[in-house]
Design a protein. Structure first.
Length: 277
């Protein structure tokens, strides 16, 4: 079951999974798009259904779980992939911007976990959860994407904790962190409900991210990582790899520097390896 599967990375994920023999639930707030993707997969011999869902709505997600189990009887792989992006400085953002981003990116993931995990935990055999975060969860400078990055940091924290919690049940958890991918993510506000207020300005237009990798490349990396039970999967454009690596190192350096300052504050002999909160 893949959310956000009418477009971009989600659509590529269901195609990749179907090509490897899985039956797929194509779930998206764009119900017509989800039906189109499912129809296309069926025309190539796959087992697929399209389902309309708003992941931010627990009742809608509960109905998705009912439809998934009614059609296929079990769910082995839950891909919490639906997500939206908004650019803008924190000070210029509205609380509605934040609520929309977090209701889809964070609460959407939680709603799906709550709806699908009970039955997945009762089942046996191979089972796995994949949550789509972002390379943004590893960037030290997230200016103009701070709200989005905050939601993707949340997914990283949620996924790491979830992996530890689900290990005793034999359920694997993978966090997918794509970089720039050629999808419709810049036009995320096409599905923004009115209740979250006016659409924010889009400083980079609503086209496709330039100099980006293709969604099917991300999907292949993701499914290979799931098969290996990887904790973390990066899918990034080659040209940005060195810059990304140095940004990740900056994050490590920041922590090292802060730990050195912390250690210098402690009275001699008190530096111990206790629990850190
Ligand atoms: N494209 C990138 O460069 C990039 C980079 C890092 C992470 N990501 C993440 O990848 C995931 C997929 O995004 P994408 O790039 O394929 O974008 P996309 O816009 O092409 O696809 C996102 C899909 O999510 C659906 N969606 C939006 N709100 C929803 C809701 N409330 N309920 C159900 N479905 C909803 C949209 O209708 C759309 O089909 C997102 O979580 C995004 O944050 C994308």
């Amino acid at each position: 079951m893949v959310t956000g599967a009418a477009s971009g990375i989600g659509a590529a994920l269901v195609a990749e999974l179907a090509s490897r023999g899985m039956a797929v639930v194509v779930a998206d707030i764009d119900e017509a798009g989800a039906q189109r993707v499912a129809e296309e997969l069926r025309s190539h011999g796959a087992r697929a259904i399209g389902v309309g869902v708003d992941v931010s709505d627990p009742e809608s997600v509960a109905a998705l779980a009912v439809a998934s189990y009614a059609e296929f009887g079990s769910v082995e792989l839950l891909c919490n992939n639906a997500g939206v992006l908004l650019f803008g400085a924190v000070a210029d953002s509205s609380i509605g911007d934040w609520r929309w981003l977090s209701s889809v990116n964070v609460e959407g993931t939680l709603n799906c976990l709550h709806a699908f995990l009970p039955a997945m935990r009762r089942a046996s055999g191979w089972r796995h959860v994949m949550n789509t975060s972002s390379a943004h969860a590893f960037l030290p400078d997230t200016s103009h994407t701070a709200l989005y990055s905050a939601t993707k940091h949340a997914i990283l924290g949620l996924s790491f904790g979830l992996r530890a919690e689900l290990t005793p049940d034999g359920i694997g958890v993978t966090t997918l962190c794509p970089g720039q991918v050629a999808t419709r993510i810049l036009d995320s506000q096409r599905s923004r409900p009115e209740v979250f207020g006016q659409h924010a300005a889009e400083p980079f237009g609503t086209g496709v991210i330039p100099l980006a990798i293709e969604p099917d490349e991300v999907a292949r990396a993701a499914v290979d990582g799931i098969a290996r039970q990887d904790e973390l999967v990066f899918a990034l454009p080659d040209f940005g790899l060195d810059q990304f690596r140095s940004q990740v190192e900056q994050m490590g350096q920041m922590a090292d520097d802060a730990l050195a300052v912390h250690a210098a504050r402690l009275p001699q002999g008190e530096e111990s390896a206790g629990s850190v909160n």
